[in-house]
Design a protein around this ligand. Structure first.
Ligand SMILES: *Cc1c(COP(=O)(O)O)cnc(C)c1O
Length: 476
């Protein structure tokens, strides 16, 4: 075939595709797309047309006769694509993974009170940085300062964007161009490719690694201290454990060494819990008050892990050190916003009022007795018709759930799930993720588990409906 004829064929084939305007006209008044701005429709139509064009040309080059879709089929394709994407990108999902603090699913969910405080500060002017009594400039940190001091026993507190920012700010303020002594066994990666050592280097601090992966002793730190040492650092190995022949230096031992040598000691606690969870069957974890009581000069932790609040980095400790962090220009770049601050204040208030365990969803889910999880799982199961159960191969199973969020990695929470085995686990998983709202479940061997520890009570009917729709589709 000559080159010019080939070009002609391509032109003819492409001319058979619908035009952008033709498709847009057909999309007008389509109910499912009512809230989508026109530019988004145009972009989607162009994208789909470009894909068609590519397929037509590839087909021609491979010697096939192009068969461009009819206008109806093409319009349908665009409608499905757009309605699946929805109006907003960031949107709720049902967490049926059983992982309570799932970083990819937004970690802790907020309490109703936190939401209420956040909403009222968001939609009205506030005293964010105004001392109303004196009509003077105030500090945004003042709104949580007293709460944090009372709850942790520390002399001073500061909050920033997240715990990684807290660590960065502390190191930059106290150890830029100087040495920080840290155990090799604590140089952890915290997920999303973020590594503690990388964050530390970014602060300009020089890492002095001591000890070995499994064992570090007080004398390792002592021998590493020199004229350039600015800080002794302990990092909670929150997302893993070295088991077997191990030795770690306790916060108290490190504090004693720091005192003798006149060097501040800091711990990145990671999750940072304010409550002792042992009464609920958890192993002992040093709480933030414990860390402060051990004499640490600075302690940092996250707002949205075990604390159960919004994303934030909390720093508590010695007043003079916290003041240096506050005054660091870097603090301005890492500062917490007013919505987070409002939600954080409400979260901390729950601890002070003694209602944290009953009102903070993360703590509720973590401490909920198995009997209550079982009840929720049975309620979900009962809401499925006998046909749905049979099509989906649904059964109730007991399993173990995880805390997540790099907290308590060895803890397994007893839980109950609705297990599906009517199709391959991958197929069921894909179909449930395509639901509105998407359902994120856990694959265990060849079954798909809907873990009811992390499913909210209000989500049970939604989840049952999603499962019934799925059964209808698979049963048909
Ligand atoms: C999770 C974690 C961090 C990071 O906290 P973010 O709030 O996600 O920035 C840092 N250090 C440790 C030990 C952690 O577990």
């Amino acid at each position: 075939m000559g080159r010019s004829t080939a070009r002609e064929d391509e032109k003819t084939a492409l001319r058979a595709l619908p035009s952008v305007d033709q498709v847009l006209k057909r999309l007008e008044g389509h109910e499912a797309l009512a809230e989508l701005p026109r530019v988004r429709l145009v972009a989607a139509v162009r994208e789909c047309l470009a894909t068609e064009r590519r397929q037509v040309l590839e087909g021609l080059r491979a010697g096939r006769r192009p068969s461009p879709p009819a206008l109806d089929g093409f319009v349908e394709q665009v409608v499905v694509k757009l309605s699946r994407a929805g109006v907003f990108s960031l949107t709720p999902v049902i967490n049926a993974t059983g992982v309570v603090l799932h970083t990819n699913l937004g970690r802790a969910i907020l309490s109703p009170l936190a939401l209420e405080r956040l909403a009222c500060v968001a939609t009205q002017y506030s005293n964010l940085e105004l001392d109303v009594a004196e009509k003077e400039r105030g500090s945004r940190y003042a709104h949580v300062d007293g709460l944090l001091r009372r709850l942790t026993g520390a002399a001073a507190a500061l909050v920033v964007n997240n715990n990684a920012a807290a660590v960065l700010l502390a190191l930059e303020s106290l150890a830029r161009g100087k040495e920080v002594v840290v155990s090799r066994g604590e140089l952890i990666e915290i997920g999303g490719e973020f590594r503690i050592p990388d964050i530390m280097r970014r602060s300009g601090a020089i890492l002095r690694e001591v000890g070995t992966t499994n064992r570090t002793h007080p004398k390792d730190y002592a021998e590493a201290i020199g004229p350039d040492t600015a800080l002794l650092l302990k990092v909670h190995t929150s997302n893993y454990r070295v088991l077997g022949f191990t030795a770690q230096v306790t916060a108290r031992e490190l504090v004693e060494l720091g005192r003798q040598r006149g060097i501040p000691v800091m711990e990145d606690l990671g999750s940072g819990c304010l409550l002792d969870l042992r009464p609920y069957g958890f192993p002992y974890e040093p709480t933030v008050p414990d860390a402060v009581a051990a004499g640490l000069d600075l302690v940092t932790f996250s707002g949205d892990k075990l604390l159960g609040g919004p994303q934030a980095g909390i720093i508590v400790g010695r007043a003079d050190l916290v003041e240096r962090l506050k005054k660091n220009p870097l603090n301005r770049a890492l500062r917490i916003d007013k919505l987070t601050l409002a939600a954080l204040e409400a979260t901390l208030y729950a601890y002070e009022a003694g209602s944290a365990r009953e009102t903070l969803p993360a703590l509720c889910m973590l401490t909920e007795p198995l009997s209550a999880v079982r009840r929720r799982a049975r309620r979900l199961f009962r809401q499925l018709s006998a046909t749905s159960r049979s099509v989906l191969g649904a059964t109730l199973v007991e399993d173990r759930a995880q805390v997540g969020g790099g907290a308590l990695p060895l803890v397994e929470l007893p839980t109950m799930a609705v297990a599906l085995a009517g199709r391959s686990a991958q197929e069921l998983d894909r179909a449930l993720r395509a639901q509105a709202p998407p359902v994120i479940a856990r694959i265990l061997e060849d079954r798909l588990l809907l873990d009811c520890r992390t499913v909210q009570n209000a989500e049970v009917p939604l989840l049952a409906r999603a499962l019934s729709r799925l059964a209808e589709r698979f049963g048909a």
